[in-house]
Design a protein around this ligand. Sequence first.
Ligand code: SF4
Length: 373
Amino acid sequence: MAGIYLHIPFCKQACTYCDFHFSTLLKNKPEFIKALCKEIEVRKDYLETNSIHSIYFGGGTPSILSQEELQSIFDTLKKYFTWDKQIEITLECNPDDLSKEKLKELKEAGVNRLSVGLQSFYDDELKWMNRAHTAKESETCIKAAQEAGFNNITIDLIYGSKFQTIESWKQTLQKAIDLNVQHISSYNLTVEKKTKLGIDVLKGKEKEVDDEKSAEQFLMMIEVLEKNGFIHYEISNFAKPGYIAVHNSNYWKGETYLGLGPSAHSFNGKKRQWNVANNNTYIKALSEGETYFELENLSPQNRYNEYVLTGLRTIWGCDIAYIQNNLGAEYVKHFVDEIEKQNTSLYEKENTVYRLTKKGRLLADKIAMDLFA
Ligand code: SF4
């Protein structure tokens, strides 16, 4: 179940909280597309298979690509990889880009899953985040996408901002449910040091996120979305039955993936590789045949720690049979000894699988750290 991730490192403007790699200088977009197509060719043998089950355009803002740019990427991918008949092709987009014409182009290009960065249904909050769209666009773009024939849509929402009250978060969730989307990814606002928000917090202009309020909003979200037919399959992800994301689930299940573009990460089962997070360096290196990535060979300890960190965040949990087969008995012993030291209200066991309870999911990262080798 191999997948391809393509990082499109451009945005119209910088959101105050964002620490993804992107540039608002769009002038070298044509050179970037050339470099990206070159990287597809150069790395065509990175995965052991050339049969691809998922393609994910992330960023940045992939909906900033023109029809021609998107087409040249698809043509290059088709030249070097075989696409599974059921392939999931996701493209992240911002509401302000989703005109009727744009939606038609995306559909014709073969995109079959849209990931829309709504974030909020409130104008004051969107303005504070420096998002490039309005609350009205947050609502209307989904209807437009559905009318254009997209029947697999995921939306991103953020909770924990100073604007969110328990009541407004409840209303946000209800609006999201009413939009009749198949999937919701919802993230707690995190304050990253190098962002505008991080700097404002450091200067005392903004406050840190209130963890207690966030925890309350998180638990409410699980309750409301589960009541409305969503499966909470990963800490931040909820899907209607049949719509669990193929691409992201493969990351969490330890499947291989090829990451292309500046800052993209790759994993081939044994090594991790990550590309330079600089557009100009990436473009220059690809055109001149220079190195543009770093590599890390994963030790059994690294692989165990990654498996625990990601497994505990999902409904698939951590399977000691998998640990036994892939890493050996000493890791099974360590895992069982450590998880059984945790409070029994935080985890449950079913045959060889340990997974976190609702209460445990709130502490997933801390529990994972307790279990690290
Ligand atoms: S549009 Fe997305 S990637 Fe771009 S700055 Fe905003 S949050 Fe970051």
